[in-house]
Ligand binder design. Structure first.
Ligand code: 26Q
Length: 807
């Protein structure tokens, strides 16, 4: 089943494509097509497909230059783009022509697509959001560009050994990618270290004695749907400056010179694999500075000399605080390099920059030691001090004598060691600050930055996340895309709210039958992947119950694990028969230093081993943790899911975006009232998803009065006690590997896993019972699809464009 939306807008004919592919094989790879390896075939096809992309990119960018379109710069440390070839073919309308071209060349396109490395230049949600956003910006036709780092090593590859996660380097670029266009002429010189001086506060300064790093850009084309607009993602690689190297070489210290060179080039080596608590390493600061400097030089060079108009021509969006140095750097460029008076420069800076927050955890907020900034970026530290001084004058005018409040608002934290608070810098330096779901934005305003909210209530707004239906439906689920197109035409591809017109088909048996067939096709396909991972094929008639996301205590994969153990014990010890068989699937990586998260992986793998080997549960249960979760694996797992697990502790998941991908692929959500789940509930109605567990308010209250006693929850629930015992010393004990995990639960349970256990079991059983009514179940899947229109990143980007970027 490879039905495909018939959206071929092919300006390129099949014959021309065949010819072009052969020519690239011959003249770029030096081989006849027939002698090419599958990797070489992938390269030849990609190079051929690149031609119309580059044509469109050149004409798009010429048009933007001529019309003076306002430019949006999306600054992000991470872009989790996923594979490009299939997506580009789909967006160009060349997928079917390419299938046919390759048939003439005797190969299967799907096989060629699987050869492409899956670039993982991001950790998870934040990086994937950036990728969806550049897709939407190009599709909508904005002059929107991503700026980031060309990491040599993306997120590590995950393997399991004895059930433990081990990490391997991801050498995704070797031996070269066809999608990046190297732009050596766009090289930027990034200064670092040295000394700073200025006449007085809030005046122009000088930064001297710096060392230099080169930033060499490569552009990754971003093809908007329809192929008319092609923007780019500009990624910088660090290189040492040959001239600077020569100076040290000439000074006679050869080894020191080579060391200095290696030191520079380290900057773009590797993506930091943690997506929570910042470590405060100097290399990370250098990475942030490096790409901010390159990006802002590019912004200013493109903008030209009419500085007063900067905010009318340019919008800079900070993806979390990671690029927050942009505030200080834009000030420096305006004041020190362009002679703009300080106050005017600050007004321009603030009107140009806006900031998105992605996390509420106080301990996850980025801070840099003053001492480190002073060494690495002395001039920026001065500017940050000046901005803070000016800001605290406003605070003092508003709240005279309220020193406590001034301390809380200050960009400089003076709480044992002096630190710069990047969030405060971002809020002060931006005209708009947004959260990523209604709930998150409310908590951001009320809990994380209440003083800022009182000071500048108009600065805060919500922009609920979204995902691109081009990758997550059209590309990941061609048969479903084909079905939707048959009923709606292609309009849903660029306007997902059109899906609501299908509502009457929720009662159309032929439609539902088709939907069932499509889901079954994906489930069969995924069964092979599961078999490869755990040596056992799941029953495709079972409920595919899927939790895929980064490993985090707050995401509560552990709660899911307890549920599986409970199901197992009920079958093996109580003679219980579940209403329906389940296949419990997991995917996701743990930060290499996150011990608890790694133990949770180990536990799930242990459960998988024991359960899958026990003939007593053969008919009811299969458990698998699929290794190396990444965009391409998500594209396989999500369309095959019947149930989507979104079970974070309420108040902790800023939005979630996987939840949306599952919804539009017709899975039913089991979720807490957290992040964007709340808005999914509003869209789809509580008959069509499964909400359970404590609410944000209940948890906040319980924390405030300190009444939560997890040990008592266990005492009062024998079923739960039995589950914990089975993990401590029963069939899942793994020689005591999980004692720490269990002690963490009974002695504190900060994520309320035990508190939500009973409620989770209740919905989980209800899901199985509801599953038996196939017609009703499928009807609800259909309604989830039809009501997912809000969760397109096109809607999100339109909101940013209108309320924040003013384009
Ligand atoms: C910071 C400093 C040093 C090293 C690493 C980091 C770092 C890196 C990545 C901190 C955070 C991240 C990623 C955060 C993230 O992915 N957050 C998720 O963002 C999604 C998009 O808004 C939301 O849907 C998720 O709820 C949120 O968890």
């Amino acid at each position: 089943m490879t039905e495909e939306a018939p959206h071929a807008r092919a300006a390129v004919t099949i014959d021309a494509l065949v010819d072009s592919i052969r020519r690239y094989a011959r003249y770029s790879l030096g081989k006849d097509w027939g002698d090419c390896s599958s990797r070489e075939k992938f390269l030849a096809v990609s190079l051929a497909v690149r031609e119309p992309i580059i044509e469109a990119m050149l004409s798009t960018q010429r048009r933007f230059d001529e019309t003076g379109a306002k430019r949006v710069y999306y600054l992000s440390m991470e872009f989790l783009m996923g594979r490009a070839l299939g997506n580009n073919l789909v967006n160009l309308g060349l997928y079917q022509p390419c299938v046919h071209a390759l048939m003439e060349l005797d190969v299967d396109l799907e096989q060629i697509l699987e050869v492409e490395p899956d670039p993982a230049l991001g950790n998870g949600g934040l990086g994937r959001l950036a990728a969806c956003f550049v897709d939407s910006m190009a599709t909508i036709g904005l002059a929107g560009y991503g700026y980031g780092i060309n990491y040599e090593f993306g997120l590590f590859k995950q393997e399991f050994r004895d059930g433990w996660q081990i990490e391997r380097p991801d050498v995704w670029r070797s031996p070269g990618t066809p999608w990046m266009i190297l732009r050596p002429e766009g090289v930027r010189v990034v200064p670092v270290f040295g000394e700073a001086s200025r006449a007085g506060s809030r005046t122009a300064g000088k930064w001297t004695g710096t060392q230099r790093i080169l930033g060499v850009p490569s552009d990754l084309p971003v093809v908007g749907f329809g192929g008319e607009v092609v923007n780019y993602l500009r990624l910088y690689a660090a290189q040492s400056d040959a001239q600077f190297d020569m100076e040290i070489f000439n000074a006679g210290d050869y080894v020191k010179a080579v060391e200095a060179k290696i030191e520079r080039e380290r900057i773009s080596k590797v993506l930091y694999p943690s997506d929570d608590i910042p470590e405060g390493r100097e290399l990370r600061l250098l990475q942030e500075w490096f790409f901010v400097s390159c990006a802002l030089q590019d912004v200013m060079a493109t903008h030209g000399d009419d500085l007063k108009r900067l905010p009318d021509r340019v919008a800079i969006q900070l993806n979390d605080t990671h690029p927050a140095l942009a505030v200080a750097e834009l000030m420096r460029q305006l004041v020190d390099e362009r002679g703009v008076p300080w106050e005017e420069a600050f007004d321009l800076t603030r009107r140009t920059i806006s900031y998105t927050n992605h996390t509420l955890l106080p301990e996850a907020q980025e801070r840099w030691p003053v001492e480190m900034l002073e060494r690495v970026l002395p001039r920026h530290l001065q500017i940050i001090y000046d901005v803070n001084e000016r800001f605290l004058e406003d605070v003092a005018a508003r709240w005279p004598g309220d020193d406590e409040r001034a301390r809380r608002l200050s960009i400089v934290a003076d709480d044992g060691g002096r630190d710069i608070r990047m969030m405060n810098l971002s809020v002060v330096g931006s005209h708009a600050v947004n959260g990523v779901s209604e709930l998150h934005t409310r908590l951001l305003r009320e809990e994380l930055v209440p003083d800022f909210d009182t000071l500048w209530p108009d600065r805060f707004r919500n922009k609920t996340n979204g995902v691109t239906q081009r990758r997550w439906l059209l590309r990941a689920n061609p048969p479903l895309a084909g079905l939707l197109t048959r009923f709606l035409g292609e309009r849903w591809i660029t306007d997902l709210t059109k899906l609501s017109e299908l509502e009457p088909h929720a009662d159309d048996d032929r439609f539902l039958e088709e939907l069932r067939r499509i889901k079954r096709w994906h489930k069969d396909r995924l069964a092979d992947t599961v078999r490869d991972a755990v040596g056992r094929s799941p029953d495709p008639n079972s409920i595919y119950d899927v939790q895929v996301k980064r490993l985090h205590e707050y995401k509560r994969q552990l709660l899911n694990a307890l549920r599986i153990v409970h199901d197992y014990l009920r079958i093996t010890e109580d003679g219980w028969s579940p209403a329906a068989p389940k296949t419990y699937l997991f995917g996701g990586k743990a930060a290499p230093g996150y011990t608890v998260a790694k133990r949770i992986i180990r536990l799930i793998n242990e459960i998988s081993k024991v359960v899958n080997a026990d003939p007593r549960v053969d008919d009811w249960m299969t458990v698998a943790f699929l290794p190396d979760y990444k965009v391409s694996l998500a594209e396989r797992m999500i369309p095959a899911a019947d149930v989507s697990e979104q079970i974070s502790t309420a108040g902790m998941e800023a939005s979630g975006t996987g939840n949306m991908k599952f919804m539009m692929n017709g899975a039913l959500t089991v979720g807490t009232l957290d992040g964007a789940n709340v808005e999914m509930l509003e869209e789809v109605g509580d008959e069509n998803l499964y909400i359970f567990g404590l609410t944000t308010e209940e948890i906040a209250r319980s924390k405030a009065d300190g009444t939560y006693d997890p040990a008592r929850v266990v005492e009062e629930d024998p079923a739960l006690a039995r589950v914990l015992e089975a993990i401590r010393s029963g069939p899942f004990h793994a020689n005591g590997a999980f004692t720490d995990l269990l002690d963490g639960l009974t002695g504190g349970d900060p994520y309320y896993v035990l508190a939500d256990f009973a409620a989770f079991i209740e919905v989980s059983d209800r899901v199985a019972r509801d599953w038996l009514d196939t017609h009703e179940w499928t009807r609800r899947c259909a309604l989830n699809i039809f009501r997912s229109g809000k969760f397109s990143s096109d809607r999100t980007i339109r909101e940013y464009a209108k309320d924040i970027w003013k384009v």
